[in-house]
Ligand binder design. Structure first.
Ligand code: NDP
Length: 315
């Protein structure tokens, strides 16, 4: 029997030991979870499980080799100034999570197609007003990001008959169900045709602030924004202006610059905004356990770690 690898738990926002208790129990044969700061033997800690880690935490673990995120995104880890450059940063990849994301996005896309907000307004006035129906094919959904999440969302939207465009960093071969775009020209072409824009990008220096006034101006008038990436993708004042003075018709926001969203924030009470509390989809406990087990196994065998991100690219 091998000795479990020590894995320090690093978070300023979550009690990881409590939140992931059953997960850590499930992988106890390969990992010994230890609270931060480690009282003794900090040099014998090769792994960390992290979410918004303390800024100075990494300096205390000189032999750290892999830091695992609890989520699909790794921006809170890469933003940590003390993160050593040679440490692998690992993310959760979970097909069930991608399916949950897809259901969440479908709620808002179908809400736009079938005008759910107008029905709600009419009901509040006891107004019986049939609004007519638009076939799915008449609604064009533009996806920013065609990774694990974006590809699942695209497949499900296309299966329901929506017209799907996707924008990614790299060029892709054409597909029957999805029209692919890349680069600045590709983004412009996508925006000009988009009725519902879904942000599924990772937060990187290139994508920070991408949802701004200049982007909103290039969408079709009355478009809906579905923002499920990260709060820092959005320039909040530009969104409010675009909703109040056009061209945006509505926005569904799941992620915010400050979370929890402060009670006095204007997003809460804006008639054209739907707020959800960063819950589009969580990684399942099983997927987090699988990531931890695979990382420990790879570290022990000296093999490449599955789902380690490209730190240069930022995702
Ligand atoms: P992936 O890493 O699998 O995919 C990222 C996609 O974004 C890729 O298609 C990539 O292009 C594209 N991309 C990255 N940078 C750029 C750029 N500069 N220009 C154009 N395209 C770019 O990520 P996931 O699909 O797993 O997740 C995406 C994000 O969704 C996460 O990082 C997280 O922020 C968010 N998320 C939010 C959740 C929530 O509950 N709200 C839950 C889960 C994820 P290419 O294909 O060319 O590499």
């Amino acid at each position: 029997m091998t000795t479990p690898l020590r894995c320090v738990l690093l978070s300023t926002t979550l009690d990881l030991a409590r939140h992931f208790g059953p997960v850590l129990a499930e992988v106890a044969d390969v990992i010994e979870a230890v609270p931060h700061p480690v009282a003794e033997g900090a040099g014998d800690v090769p792994m960390a499980l992290a979410w918004f880690p303390p800024a100075d935490a990494f300096a205390q673990y000189p032999n750290l080799r892999a830091v695992c995120s609890i989520a699909a995104g790794v921006d809170s880890l890469l933003a940590c100034p003390g993160l050593p450059p040679d440490v692998a940063v690992v993310r959760v990849v979970d097909p069930d999570q991608a399916r949950a994301m897809s259901c969440f996005v479908l709620w808002h896309v179908i809400g736009h197609q079938r005008r759910f907000r107008t029905y709600a307004e009419n009901q509040a006035r006891a107004a019986w007003r049939p609004l007519g129906q638009r076939p799915a094919g008449e609604i064009t959904v533009g996806l920013l990001g065609y990774g694990r999440m974006g590809a699942q969302v695209a497949a499900d939207l296309a299966a329901l008959g929506f017209t799907v465009l996707a924008w990614s960093r790299s060029e892709r071969p054409p597909e029957a169900a999805v029209a692919h775009h890349h680069g600045a020209e590709g983004l412009a072409a996508l925006l000009a045709r988009t009725d519902v824009l879904v942000n599924l990008l990772p937060l990187t220096p290139e994508t920070k602030g991408i949802l701004d006034a200049s982007l909103f101006r290039r969408l079709k008038p009355g478009a809906t924004l579905v923002q499920v990436g990260r709060g820092a993708h959005l320039v909040e004042a530009d969104l409010l202006a675009a909703l109040d003075d056009g061209p945006l018709g509505a926005a569904a926001l799941d992620v915010f610059a400050v979370e929890p969203l402060p009670e006095a924030h204007p997003f809460w009470r804006h008639p054209k905004i739907v707020v959800t509390p960063h819950e589009a989809c969580d990684a399942s406990p099983q997927a987090v356990a699988a990531m931890l087990r695979a990382t420990a196994t790879a570290l022990r065998a000296g093999e490449p770690i599955p789902h380690a991100v490209d730190r240069g690219r930022g995702y």
